[in-house]
Design a protein around this ligand. Structure first.
Ligand SMILES: [Zn+2]
Length: 239
């Protein structure tokens, strides 16, 4: 397995850059897939799961790439995104982490290609002009990102998710919010709590796929959001 030092690469030759990027990234992925297949319970696989858990919004392909190039990465963004959105800048000499970024553009309803590729293909679709085609995914391109550890500047904004106060106030607020979201809340005694250290869980009812939030209430303060991926709203849970 290549170490992060060995895999640090620069695509400097403008003529061959694009092809080199594609083949290098694909080779890395093949290499990683081999390793994962060989030993799913290996340390490397566990490390990858760890990275995956930090980048759950990223594709598996991209988390593999991040793990390979910068195993300690926690938050990545493009060079300009760090600067313009977070007031941070990439430190001099830092190597980019290369991942795949989707290319979204107008595409032919028939062959699903961008207009230029549609023109070059055998596709004969001509019912609507390219200006009227809807946008969609036409491919991926290598894109450079940097981990927060490679940047310096302003601290990142923190998302405030803690809710503190009396259970007498928090529980009605929780149930009101749950009603508004059509979520069922079940309050259980601390002794019946089956979810270890978790302060709240989100489940789907089997029949109609509605989320069910369980909470354990035994104290006077509350914190922690329920982060259900299908319900973006944070619901505080008392514990
Ligand atoms: Zn077409």
């Amino acid at each position: 397995m290549a170490s992060s030092t060995e895999s640090a690469v620069a695509f400097s030759d403008a003529d061959t850059r694009r092809d080199e990027m594609h083949s290098t990234i694909e080779a890395w992925i093949d290499d990683l897939v081999d390793h994962v297949d060989d030993a799913q319970a290996s340390d490397q696989f566990q490390e990858w799961l760890d990275v995956q858990s930090r980048f759950h919004d990223y594709s598996h392909r991209n988390t593999l790439l991040i793990k390979l190039q910068c195993p300690e990465a926690t938050k990545v963004a493009g060079y300009h995104t760090w600067r313009t959105e977070f007031d941070r800048h990439v430190e001099e000499g830092e190597q980019a982490i290369w991942i795949w970024a989707p290319i979204i553009t107008t595409r032919c309803p028939e062959c699903k290609n961008a207009p230029s590729y549609h023109d070059q293909s055998d596709c004969e679709y001509d019912e609507t002009p390219p200006e009227e085609w809807a946008e969609g995914l036409v491919g991926f391109k290598p894109t450079a990102v940097f981990d927060i550890s490679q940047t310096e500047g302003e601290p990142l904004p923190e998302l405030e998710t803690a809710a503190t106060g009396d259970a007498d106030e928090l529980v009605p607020a929780l149930t009101d919010a749950a009603d508004a979201l059509d979520v069922t809340v079940r309050i259980v005694d601390a002794g019946e709590w089956e979810h270890g250290d978790a302060r709240g869980v989100c489940k789907y009812r089997q029949q109609d796929c509605q989320p069910l939030v369980e909470n354990v209430i035994d104290g006077t303060h509350a914190s922690s959001p329920c982060s259900c991926s299908r319900h973006l709203n944070s619901i505080f849970t008392a514990f």
